[in-house]
Design a protein around this ligand. Structure first.
Ligand code: DX5
Ligand code: ZN
Length: 218
């Protein structure tokens, strides 16, 4: 599996969104990571469907949508219509995760599940072979620009073991506080998709930052 970079649009300049989307289009980035927050599951509200629609109109790379919302089931079809390629729901937001995952796939998208920092990897034992992606949150969801939680490495190793043990084809994504200081170690632990928000968009040269992160993780 190749190692991928997914810039998080949450850290883009929303007044220059098309410019920032074009930057990602023309960079070595692999996916667009889009954070949808409802102010209920997480203590912040990001943006919703109209903004996602505007993004997918211009984006030329796969759209990785990270839902930080309660009751995601009611919006699965809508996100498929808006152009999401991968739809990730939170384990902590789903009472019937198996049903939700099947609905995401039935809508034609890849299915991801995100785990909050306090949620152990073991809760995915009975669903791992149904998943296309697990997103390990390396910060508490809700905000960009937070510090990376070191316990993440251990969780990545545990998840990697679970994936190998079950012969799942699931990808491991890391979200929050990713920089050049932890990227390598995350890949060595078994991750293969790194989300990076502020590290990319707050740098002097976002295109160059994406390129150097990509080179770093091979
Ligand atoms: C946090 C979001 C992240 C965020 C990452 O709730 O899920 O995707 O944008 O931002 P950085 O890379 O700045 O931690
Ligand atoms: Zn995210």
């Amino acid at each position: 599996m190749s190692n991928l970079i997914a810039p998080s649009i949450l850290a883009a300049d929303f007044a220059n969104l098309q410019r920032d989307i074009e930057m990602v289009n023309n960079s070595e980035a692999d996916w667009f990571h889009i954070d949808i927050m409802d102010g209920v599951f997480v203590p912040n509200i990001s943006f919703g469907m109209p903004v996602l629609k505007a993004i997918t109109k211009h984006a030329t790379k796969p759209i990785d949508v990270h839902l930080m919302i309660v009751n995601p089931d009611q919006y699965i079809e809508t996100f498929a219509e808006l152009g999401a390629n991968i739809l990730t729901v939170h384990y902590e937001a789903c009472n019937h995760l198996h049903r939700t995952v099947q609905a995401i796939k039935a809508a034609g998208m890849k299915a991801g599940v995100a785990l909050n920092p306090h949620t152990p990897v073991a809760v995915l034992e009975d669903i791992i072979t149904d998943l296309d992606l697990v997103c390990i949150m390396s910060v508490n969801p809700g905000f960009g620009g937070q510090s990376f939680i070191e316990n993440t490495y251990k969780k990545v190793q545990q998840l990697k073991h679970l994936i190998e043990f079950t012969a799942s084809s699931c990808q491991i994504e890391i979200d929050g506080g990713v920089t050049d200081l932890n990227a390598n170690e995350l890949i060595e632990a078994g991750a293969n998709v790194l989300v990076a928000g502020s590290y990319v968009f707050r740098s002097e040269d976002p295109t160059g930052t994406i390129s150097s992160l990509k080179n770093l993780i091979g």
